[in-house]
Design a protein around this ligand. Structure first.
Ligand SMILES: NC(=O)c1ccc[n+]([C@@H]2O[C@H](COP(=O)([O-])OP(=O)(O)OC[C@H]3O[C@@H](n4cnc5c(N)ncnc54)[C@H](OP(=O)(O)O)[C@@H]3O)[C@@H](O)[C@H]2O)c1
Length: 284
């Protein structure tokens, strides 16, 4: 039996769609804090269970009988999320899970400029210390993350970003979902770390060129200073930890932390991931 946490989220739903193509849904339990959100998947034959990082007893009960767990990282602030992930790892071990597949992040190091780097580094360390087998999927940024900057560019002619000179090997969320489903069902038994990246890395100027070609009008890059981005994000009512995370990820981009490309996606899945250019030509 396989288990997926965070299954009602955007990535979790895409993983469930992939799993439905790859195995009998009856082999899979989908977990959510609110299993009612998973009713459509239950209708397809998936098992569903209440699963909350803040309720260890529910996690252990839900995981009983599952040998492989896809642990989709949560969305809480840094120290709280590390505590939540540790509780999930403890519950998995106590329930008899053999292998954890974890959605980590590019450059998962405490020294990363991206404030969430510490979450992923500590979660990976905790999984290793548990003695369970593991697969770490160090996912680069979703291609979907730049959707609001693209919408703004369409309206104003300016692709406005902080740290826009840095390249990022964006990858569509659906491709990450396929890698996660593949790793959950058929990943190698040995421990492994996969750097999940798109096939090319793009700076803001490259994104603007793609949009200019696609829309038939010139799109210029506008560099957003830190304080301006901070006031936009704060004005959008994001919590302070998320404002800091979103600023810091752009500063990590500018420092080149997210520019690396690997063949790990193809090694894991046998497929090539979609490039950002192809994704934007399809969706922008
Ligand atoms: N690579 C990237 O660019 C990128 C971008 C954004 C986020 N992420 C990370 O990837 C994860 C999945 O992305 P997404 O797009 O699917 O995000 P999302 O739609 O916001 O989903 C977040 C998931 O976290 C789960 N969660 C939150 N608190 C939880 C708790 N206390 N107990 C159990 N589950 C909890 C939620 O599960 P339920 O609501 O079902 O309980 C939800 O499905 C995010 O949570 C984040 O860690 C990566």
């Amino acid at each position: 039996m396989y288990f997926v946490t965070g299954a009602s989220g955007k990535l979790g739903q895409l993983v469930a769609h992939e799993l439905a193509k790859l195995t009998a849904p009856g082999n899979v339990t989908l977990g959510s804090r609110d299993p009612a959100k998973l009713a459509a998947f239950a209708g397809q034959g998936f098992h569903t269970a209440a699963f909350d990082f803040d309720k260890p007893a529910t996690m252990q009960a839900a995981l009983k009988g599952s040998k492989r767990l896809l642990l989709i990282s949560g969305d809480a602030p840094v120290d709280e999320r590390i505590r939540q992930h540790k509780a999930a790892i403890d519950a998995a071990k106590a329930a008899g899970v053999a292998t954890i597949i974890y959605t980590s992040f590019t450059n998962a190091r405490p020294e990363s400029l991206f404030t969430f780097g510490k979450i992923h580094a500590e979660t990976e360390a905790c999984i290793k210390a548990s003695g369970l087998a593991y697969i770490f999927l160090r996912n680069n940024q979703y291609a979907e993350n730049i959707a609001s900057a693209i919408a703004h560019a369409r309206e104003t002619g300016a692709y406005a970003v902080h740290g826009g000179k840095g390249k990022v090997a964006y990858i569509p969320r659906a491709d990450i979902a396929f890698a996660a489903a593949t790793a959950l069902l058929a990943g190698p038994e040995a421990n492994g770390t996969y750097e999940i990246t798109g096939p090319e890395a793009y700076d803001a100027a490259a994104v603007a060129r793609i949009l200019s070609r696609k829309w038939g009008k010139e799109i210029k890059v506008a560099e957003l200073p830190r304080e301006v981005l901070a006031s936009i994000l704060t004005g959008a009512k994001l919590p302070a930890f998320m404002v800091e995370a979103l600023i810091s990820i752009h500063e990590a981009n500018a420092a080149g932390e997210m520019a690396g490309m690997t063949g790990d996606y193809e090694k894991l899945t046998g497929r090539k991931p979609e490039s950002l250019e192809s994704f934007l030509n399809r969706t922008a």
